[in-house]
Design a protein around this ligand. Structure first.
Ligand code: SF4
Length: 699
């Protein structure tokens, strides 16, 4: 950088799919480019810390391979052959193809598809407005958080909990089902503060000795899908050894006697056989939790990726209700703050235009949907046209064999609005270049904390990049989609949304930089009662009466245990598939974002799978050998990494590498399933039975 360049420090919010939603101080040299990014020291959750991949954001936003112009496919699908066209040509063609599909096959043959490549409300959710106004097939978002959210809600009555900054005044921070060193670094800031200033302990409960567990004082290594068994045994010990807070239980919970009786048979020996955690470790953990009033349970998204995940989240959440930790500063539980923002997104999403009769298609089942599965299509006709924003289903969606088959259909028209030529964009008929967050205005909330903020446009976009909202406006005009949201600028949408939500206006929030919406202590700790009608924490759940989204009840919800338990619905290993595979998040990629930046690529290297050395030995696999994993859905080939931080029979593949980075070109989601997870749908990315064999490098 020119030493004499004028460098402004501007404020923004990280838009990536990460609960931290960090408050950013951004260097903007000469008002034209982005320099170094730092975490804001003033915002008390970010507390001056951001992850390395965003600190280096200049290499992503100024990347030489960014899409700059609209493109039209000129070769076979997936060939990568495109020619530059004008925006008008691109938008006219998309509109014409959508209208043609609607005329011939009905409006539901068009399926706009998006997800959380940005978490800004305007740029993420605006596509729903087009779907609602045009009566296109609606989108049911299941790929990430549904299962963990419902598991938390059934206990507390609301997705909200203790102020996550209270981790800093806790005496025991239990980090369970999340690897924040990789995925939300700020959790470690607050947990580490407690350790440094108070001598607090950090406990990690997970399926491998990941980067967070390596920093923890107490390490609980589970087999995937057995958290519920572990939680039950912990509660068994709490009751057995007089560590349950009976006064709290009587006042704040629904059926403590029934729970205690139910847990009599859920002994540490029973849980040890299921989870692989030694009896003495279960008992020691239970005693530590029972004897530490300020125990903070930071529960994560890992729960959502298992077929029994909702029941497991609920089981883990029951522990601080048994100990009464919710009563104390630094005690209780937190998962997400969706219950406190109160955003009214009706203008952004066009809620007034929703026709409940329009079919709702499950995001996770895109492979089945595009290959004509009647059940996934809800008995309706085929999908013939799509516009995709903020997501890369050709790499991230489960059942990749079907996804690939679907996107290869000659009769399917696909437009992709993206920042880079992703594997999904390569399958498109039309590719549109998209802005990044510092090139447009948007509105953000912190899933892992309590702040809302405006992220303003800081610099002009390169080439001909346009924002998601600009594309919505241009398509809305061409498709005769009539709704006030299409006539408003992004800033006007933000302003209207804030006003409708009771959060003032855009200018005020922008001037404040962020606003802290944490409810008061009594509310956050549910000291005046939990959010159920009876004011109690619920140990007992009627899964048939949980709050459902537009998809309704799904999966084997009738078989879910009403009290905390180990629900055996997981994809257990068997003779043909002796391993259980979890596909865990890496540190330098965020789903498939950042897999285009050189520093993240260098750090992540080639796709690997972690295997216990004894398992490797039994299969004559050495460290660095290529190995093929397979099951009834497909196969993928990666490099073996011998690692004793997993239980025998467990495999961990970190990162979603591009398919093309794998030997043979088939990525990890060839192995993951899309059947609906009970009770509200989801994708069980950490719950796969597989076989493993040594591969040839030519696989
Ligand atoms: S930790 Fe998460 S929110 Fe913070 S900068 Fe990194 S990706 Fe963004």
């Amino acid at each position: 950088m020119n030493q004499h360049a004028k460098v402004d420090i501007r404020h923004s919010t990280c838009p990536h799919d990460c609960p931290s939603a960090c408050a950013l101080d951004v260097e903007v040299p000469e008002g034209r480019s982005i320099g170094r990014i730092r975490g804001s020291k003033q915002q008390t959750y970010t507390a001056g810390v951001v992850c390395a991949k965003v600190a280096r954001y200049a290499e992503r936003i100024h990347h030489s391979e960014r899409l700059m112009y609209p493109l039209r496919r000129t070769g076979p699908k997936g060939s990568g052959q495109f020619a530059r066209i004008s925006w008008d040509e691109a938008l006219d063609e998309i509109a014409a193809r959508f209208d043609a599909a609607e005329r011939e096959f009905g409006a539901e043959s068009v399926w706009p598809y998006y997800y959380a490549g940005t978490m800004g409300l305007v740029m993420r959710d605006g596509l729903n407005r087009l779907s609602h106004v045009k009566k296109y097939s609606r989108f049911y978002a299941t790929i990430c958080s549904t299962i963990a959210r419902i598991g938390f809600t059934v206990g507390t009555g609301k997705i909200a909990g203790v102020d996550p900054r209270e981790m800093g005044v806790s005496d025991l921070v239990v980090i369970w089902g999340t690897n924040p060193v990789n995925t939300q670094v700020n959790v470690m800031t607050h947990a580490s503060r407690a350790r440094k200033e108070r001598g607090a302990k950090i406990a990690a409960v997970d399926v491998y000795n990941n980067e967070t567990m390596k920093q923890a004082d107490i390490k609980i290594l589970l087999r995937p899908g057995t958290d519920g068994a572990f939680a039950c045994a912990v509660m068994h010990v709490l009751f057995r050894e007089g560590l349950a807070d009976r006064d709290y239980l009587a006042r704040y919970t629904d059926c403590p006697d029934q729970l205690e009786a139910h847990l009599k048979t859920r002994t540490p020996a029973w849980a040890s056989a299921i989870s692989g955690v030694p009896v003495e470790e279960i008992e020691a953990f239970a005693r530590m939790v029972g004897q530490t009033k300020r125990s903070f349970f930071r529960l994560g998204y890992g729960f959502t990726r298992s077929r029994n995940g909702a029941a497991q989240m609920h089981a883990a959440l029951c522990i601080p209700a048994v100990t009464g930790a919710w009563q104390y500063e630094g005690g209780g539980a937190f998962f997400n703050n969706a219950g406190i923002w109160r955003f009214d997104e009706s203008i952004i999403e066009g809620h007034d235009a929703i026709d409940p009769a329009t079919r709702v298609l499950d995001q996770s089942k895109i492979g089945r949907i595009l290959t004509g599965d009647a059940e996934a299509l809800k008995g309706g006709g085929p999908v013939k046209a799509m516009l995709i924003q903020n997501t890369n289903p050709m790499t991230v969606a489960p059942e990749q064999a079907l996804v690939r088959q679907g996107f290869a259909r000659e009769d399917l028209f696909v437009a992709v609005h993206e920042q880079f030529m992703t594997e999904t964009a390569q399958m498109a008929d039309i590719v549109l270049p998209a802005t990044m967050f510092m090139e447009h205005d948007d509105l953000y909330y912190g899933g892992g904390h309590q702040h809302i903020s405006v992220g303003p446009k800081l610099i002009d976009p390169p080439g001909e990049c346009r924002s998601n909202h600009e594309v919505m406006q241009a398509l809305g005009r061409r498709l005769n989609a009539v709704h006030p949201g299409f006539d408003m600028t992004a800033r006007e949408l933000i302003d209207a949304t804030l006003k409708k939500s009771g959060h003032g206006d855009i200018d005020t929030l922008e001037a404040e930089l962020w606003r802290d919406l944490q409810p008061d202590f009594r509310t956050s700790h549910y000291l005046d009662g939990f959010a159920h009608a009876d004011g109690k924490f619920h140990f007992k759940v009627d899964w048939g009466r949980v709050p459902v989204g537009s998809g309704g009840l799904m999966g084997a919800w009738e078989r879910m245990p009403s009290l905390p338990d180990h629900w055996t619905i997981i994809e257990e290993a068997d003779e043909q598939h002796p391993f259980r595979l979890a596909t865990s998040p890496s540190r330098s990629f965020l789903n498939t974002s950042f897999n285009e930046t050189p520093s993240s690529q260098a750090r992540e290297g080639a796709p690997t799978v972690m295997i216990h050395p004894e398992d490797a030995k039994a299969l004559s696999v050495a460290d660095g050998d290529p190995v093929t994993l397979g099951n009834m859905r497909g196969e993928t080939t990666l490099t073996a990494r011998l690692f004793d931080g997993v239980r025998r029979g467990v495999l961990i593949a970190e990162s979603i590498h591009p398919n093309k980075a794998h030997i043979g070109g088939r990525g990890i989601n060839m192995l993951t399933g899309a059947e609906a997870v009970a009770p509200v749908g989801g994708a069980a990315f950490h719950d796969n039975k597989v076989w493993l064999r040594k591969a040839s490098t030519l696989a």
